[in-house]
Design a protein around this ligand. Structure first.
Ligand SMILES: NC(=O)c1ccc[n+]([C@@H]2O[C@H](COP(=O)([O-])OP(=O)(O)OC[C@H]3O[C@@H](n4cnc5c(N)ncnc54)[C@H](OP(=O)(O)O)[C@@H]3O)[C@@H](O)[C@H]2O)c1
Length: 225
């Protein structure tokens, strides 16, 4: 069982559910997000992942104070939804910075440590990469980029003990949509969107598989019927 995990975006949704399971299993949790995770025992490193300098600072804090981690989960993400003729440059930039730039850059800053720890990397993508959704080209582009990163990271680490898992959940009833279009997690649950606690439990099992097994990429779709 892993002993220490760094999760970006553990202040809510999937990241927080993963943190809950980790804590139950006596695993130390470091949350890197804008907001604190309110679960007792979590170490919070406040960081706006759109900002290079703040990522530098967060990475340095991890290296100095919380260096013994077994997994880095690049989970923080934002959603975005608009028709093609309504895409704003600023929105492309915001979404790309959080969903694509931050996982690349934070992992790069921590890579020497990841190798030294023989730690694993999980990049949380989305099933948007399986075919796309209407009005999600900006979000989709960021998650395609994120998937590309996982493929390249894995190749670079192929001769090490470090694994790279690309984890693609589908519709989860979290606050991510409330931030975009006001849809509450509660309403999504009624529409049979996945409970993030179940998705986190599955991810926890993947992370804790013996090191001789590597889940390269996994897609978790919801089944409504
Ligand atoms: N929910 C879905 O339907 C769904 C489907 C497929 C994939 N996903 C992916 O799953 C992951 C988790 O999403 P979720 O549904 O759990 O969403 P969520 O509840 O909104 O959580 C997202 C997390 O990302 C953090 N975050 C966002 N922008 C940030 C920034 N600029 N700097 C630092 N932290 C930031 C948030 O922290 P703060 O609150 O502190 O800003 C929050 O902890 C994301 O990568 C998302 O794309 C979600």
């Amino acid at each position: 069982m892993i002993k220490s995990i760094v999760i970006t975006g553990a202040s809510s949704g999937l990241g927080k559910e993963l943190a809950k399971i980790a804590l139950k299993n006596k695993c130390k949790v470091v949350n890197v997000a804008n907001e604190k995770c309110d679960l007792k025992g979590v170490v919070n490193i406040l960081c706006d992942l759109t900002d290079e300098k703040q990522i530098d600072k967060a990475a340095n804090e991890i290296i100095k104070k919380y260096s013994k981690f077994d997994v880095l989960v690049n989970n923080a993400g934002v959603a975005s939804e608009q028709t093609q003729n309504a895409i704003k440059y600023k929105e492309i930039e915001r979404v790309m910075r959080v969903n694509a730039f931050a996982p690349i850059y934070l992992t790069s800053k921590l890579l020497d440590l990841i190798k030294a720890n023989e730690a694993d990397i999980v990049n949380v993508g989305s099933t948007v990469i399986l075919g796309g959704y209407s009005e999600m080209s900006v979000y989709g582009a960021s998650k395609w980029a994120n998937r590309g990163v996982s493929i390249h990271q894995r190749l670079e680490l192929i001769n090490t003990k470090c694994r790279v898992v690309h984890f693609n959940p589908s519709a989860m009833a979290t606050d991510i949509w409330d931030r975009v279009n006001g849809t509450k997690a509660e309403d999504l649950r009624k529409q049979k969107w996945a409970d993030p606690a179940n998705i986190a439990a599955f991810l926890w099992d993947i992370i804790n598989l013996p090191k001789s097994l590597e889940v390269v990429e996994v897609n978790v779709k919801i089944k409504k019927n």
